[in-house]
Design a protein around this ligand. Structure first.
Ligand SMILES: Cc1cc2nc3c(=O)[nH]c(=O)nc-3n(C[C@H](O)[C@H](O)[C@H](O)COP(=O)(O)OP(=O)(O)OC[C@H]3O[C@@H](n4cnc5c(N)ncnc54)[C@H](O)[C@@H]3O)c2cc1C
Length: 469
């Protein structure tokens, strides 16, 4: 029971330790998957009637098409997430670039391509950066030493980077406001869900290092061709139950029962209690705190969990009665439209119309707006960007708003991410917000689940230790 490489539970004579995994988002699903494969008796508890957490899809009642709660993209550097998809049999339902290739357009019609050549990183990017038309030639040249500095720093943890904004670092390293808007924020806003002004320099460094500077495939873009629930929540549920785990949907954990410094049970809102040997919380930080008994919650080790704040994402789903443009996805500068995904092409939908998704990250301005106001703002803008849309009729318009889409990578916020181990020897934490070193992404969620499962493996036999408050 000490290692997680022991093979599926079915091959083992008996499952010894019962582990409750609370929260059926990606972190909880990954933890449950690892644990059941290591032979634990796993109960995954999810408040909603489906698994997936912040990454799910639903069927649109009018079009009958699957809508994701938000366009989810992963990169070549997302190793743990891709491995997880592979293990649950869903990797083949995604498409992934063999080389980074992003077309960036401006309303003026100017088009740039950011792409990777078969050269060692970070040099693979330089030819396309030098031709990038949305910043001046001087700004392109000045981006190079900044990228090289980040590349040189990739093995060092510099606390000063955690305390300042990425914008501050960029401004003090030769970058103009224009370069920040039209180059750096192109990746920062969709990946960190805030602009360079808000995120810490360490988060900005981490992103560029992993996606663009570590190796030439780190930035290759991938996304699901089927709905998010099909490739994650539904697939995992089937795999987990097939492997012998209990998946409890529509069950809300209400409290952790702590006796003699250990978690002994999970109480649900209906009053029932599930006895457990160990517990993985893959819950949002505020929910975790609510579930802890007061004397445990007050332990200083849990205090940072109360400090996280969240950024919104708004997705516009637009169906046109005809094709408005041929593309898979596009990024825009100098427009409120950020990234646009051609769902008809990605999901292989039948024509004659076209279904596109506009993904708006760091959507502070947009999430309070009504559907009508968003329509008034964005439909003319889409017609400006895609001239064929001017004459097209919109057959359906759906908005999905996620107010708490991702925790914010603000300066100092990294210090508030909790490790998996807690003062209670049989309580372990997972969730994209825990201390994985990654921003709020599917990669962070899966990594956190893997880390928590490993921690259970290392500690499950510590039966006589307990927390003293
Ligand atoms: C619109 C949007 C777009 C995004 N785009 C991307 C992207 O392009 N790329 C990327 O990598 N990431 C993206 N993300 C982020 C990604 O979805 C998250 O980082 C990841 O899904 C978080 O998983 P998690 O398991 O840590 O948390 P969650 O998914 O929040 O899981 C927590 C779970 O706990 C459950 N729960 C809460 N309370 C209880 C309770 N009392 N009892 C039982 N269960 C409970 C919740 O219902 C939820 O299922 C996006 C997120 C959103 C919202």
């Amino acid at each position: 029971m000490q290692t997680l490489d022991n093979g599926p539970a079915a091959q083992r004579p008996e499952a010894l330790t019962s582990v409750a995994v609370l929260g059926g988002g990606l972190a909880g699903m990954a933890a449950a998957w690892r644990l059941v494969n290591a032979g634990y008796r796993v109960t995954l508890v999810e408040r909603r009637p489906y698994l997936g957490g912040r990454a799910y899809s639903f069927v649109d009642r009018e079009t009958g098409q699957e809508i994701d709660n938000g366009q989810h993209v992963f990169l070549g550097c997302c190793d743990a997430y891709r491995r997880f998809l592979d293990e649950i049999g869903s990797l083949e339902l995604t498409s992934r670039q063999k080389r980074l290739h992003v077309e960036v357009r401006a309303p003026s019609g100017a088009r740039g391509i950011l792409s990777g050549l078969p050269l060692p990183a970070p040099f693979h990017l330089l030819p396309s950066l030098l031709r990038y038309p949305h910043v001046s030639i001087g700004e392109r040249l000045r981006a190079i030493p900044a990228l090289l500095l980040m590349w040189l720093e990739r093995k060092r943890d510099r606390p000063a980077l955690r305390r300042q904004s990425f914008h501050h670092w960029l401004r003090s390293h030769w970058q103009s406001e224009r370069a920040i808007d039209a180059f750096w924020n192109l990746l920062i806003i969709p990946a960190l869900n805030d602009s360079a002004e808000e995120v810490s320099a360490s988060a900005g460094f981490m992103l560029f290092q992993e996606a663009l500077l570590r190796d030439r495939n780190g930035g290759n873009i991938g996304f699901a061709q089927a709905g998010l629930s099909a490739i994650m929540g539904d697939a995992v549920r089937e795999r987990l139950t097939g492997a012998g785990a209990d998946v409890l949907l529509d069950r809300t954990a209400d409290a952790l029962v702590v006796e003699d410094g250990r978690v002994t049970g999970v109480r649900f809102t209906d009053g029932e209690t599930l006895p457990v040997d160990a517990c993985v919380s893959a819950l949002p930080p505020d929910v975790l705190l609510r579930l802890l008994p007061e004397e445990v919650r007050e332990h200083p080790a849990f205090a940072p969990a109360a400090t996280h704040t969240w950024s919104p994402i708004v997705n516009l789903h637009v169906w046109y009665d005809r094709q408005i443009a041929e593309f898979e996805f596009l990024a825009f500068v100098d427009s409120p439209v950020q990234w646009v995904f051609n769902r008809t092409a990605i999901a292989g939908l039948e024509g004659p119309g076209q279904y596109i998704t506009v993904s708006l990250s760091g959507a502070w301005e947009f999430w309070p707006m009504s559907k009508e106001a968003l329509r008034e703002k964005f439909i003319p803008e889409l017609a400006r960007l895609f001239p064929a849309a001017k004459d097209a009729e919109i057959t359906r318009f759906v908005i999905v708003k996620e107010q708490r889409a991702t925790f914010r990578s603000l300066p100092d916020a990294a210090d508030n991410r909790l490790p998996s181990a807690t003062p209670l020897p049989n309580l372990f934490l997972a969730g994209d917000w825990t201390d994985t070193g990654w921003p709020a992404t599917m990669e962070s969620a899966v990594r956190s689940g893997n880390i928590a499962a490993e921690a259970v493996g290392r500690n499950a036999d510590v039966r006589d230790s307990s927390m003293s408050c």
